[in-house]
Design a binder for this molecule. Structure first.
Ligand SMILES: NC(=O)C1=CN([C@@H]2O[C@H](COP(=O)(O)OP(=O)(O)OC[C@H]3O[C@@H](n4cnc5c(N)ncnc54)[C@H](OP(=O)(O)O)[C@@H]3O)[C@@H](O)[C@H]2O)C=CC1
Ligand SMILES: O=C(O)C1=N[C@H](C(=O)O)C[C@H](O)C1
Length: 254
């Protein structure tokens, strides 16, 4: 049995992870971590330090918020606890620094998106990028999302920037004639990224490539948070055999 602690267990993703872990044959919810607690059948602690002191567990899953996750990892990793992180907003440099605190005793696995569809969208974008001088990302999320742009959009833009190997001919975030600031999006690694927030969405993204006379649009939609659960469970099952920093679910997909 893999004993799993879930940080953010009372949140939108945390609740779904509690159900998925509880339904899996090879794992159990050891405890939760959330400032408001819950009426759950497992202990819920106010912070990770209290959880480490109060309950034994093998893996910490984190779906909290950008200003919380680094503190959680700074406690769990030096204690030798493998971490599966979905919380977005941490830079690559911060992830690398935190992974080093595990000193080879634990794995830090971060996936900006746990759906297979979004991973494939990013891989298709990587393949397309060298052939199109123009690329833009439009992401659509529910109105309660705290960060913008999304972690998936940032990762997609980084992949496009790395893969295309040339400077974009897109105008970037400037317009030739001054209009409204931000109309051309935020530039991430030379790729304009546009963030839409509406109660109508869970999470969607379009990657729009262009060259003379043609465009290619790659789109992914998450309609329900259960879409992330196979990826989260795969991460929990995989980290025990790993150490150091691993970024992206593609590392574990067969
Ligand atoms: N990688 C992926 O595939 C996905 C990543 N995400 C990311 O996961 C994160 C969470 O998203 P979502 O579930 O929608 O957010 P929610 O706001 O619904 O959930 C976050 C939970 O964490 C709680 N929390 C706040 N502070 C702490 C703390 N110090 N310790 C433990 N828990 C704390 C919050 O409590 P309170 O509300 O009281 O502050 C809340 O219950 C976001 O960064 C989002 O981008 C989301 C979906 C998929
Ligand atoms: O906050 C969300 O909901 C999501 N966050 C992740 C992100 O920032 O990319 C993953 C997914 O898009 C849902």
């Amino acid at each position: 049995m893999i004993r799993v602690a879930i940080a953010g267990c009372a949140g939108r993703m945390g609740k779904t992870v509690v159900e998925a872990v509880g339904a899996a044959d090879d794992m159990e919810v050891a405890c939760g971590i959330d400032p408001h607690g819950s009426d759950a059948a497992f202990p819920v602690y106010p912070d990770v330090e209290a959880a480490v002191g109060g309950t034994e567990f093998d893996v910490l899953v984190d779906f909290t918020q950008p200003d919380v996750v680094a503190g959680n990892l700074a406690v769990a990793l030096p204690a030798g606890i493998d971490c599966v992180v979905g919380t977005t907003g941490l830079s690559n440099e911060t992830l690398e620094r935190l992974a080093q605190t595990a000193a080879g005793k634990a794995c830090l696995f971060y996936a900006p998106n746990f759906t297979t569809g979004a991973v494939l969208m990013m891989q298709f974008a990587k393949a397309a990028a060298p052939y199109f001088p123009e690329a833009e990302v439009i992401e659509f999320h529910h109105a309660n999302k705290k960060d913008a742009p999304s972690g998936t959009a940032v990762r997609t833009a980084q992949i496009i920037g790395e893969s295309r190997g040339f400077e974009s001919s897109a105008p970037g975030s400037e317009t030739e004639i001054a209009g409204c600031e931000g109309a051309r999006g935020a530039l991430v690694d030379g790729v304009p990224v546009h963030s839409v927030r509406s109660m109508g969405y869970v999470a969607s993204q379009e990657v729009v490539f262009g060259s003379m006379g043609q465009s290619l649009t790659i789109r992914h939609d998450s309609w329900d948070r259960t879409s992330y659960m196979p990826g989260v469970l795969l991460g929990i099952r995989s980290v025990g055999e790993q150490e150091g920093l691993i970024v992206g679910l593609e590392n574990f997909m067969a």
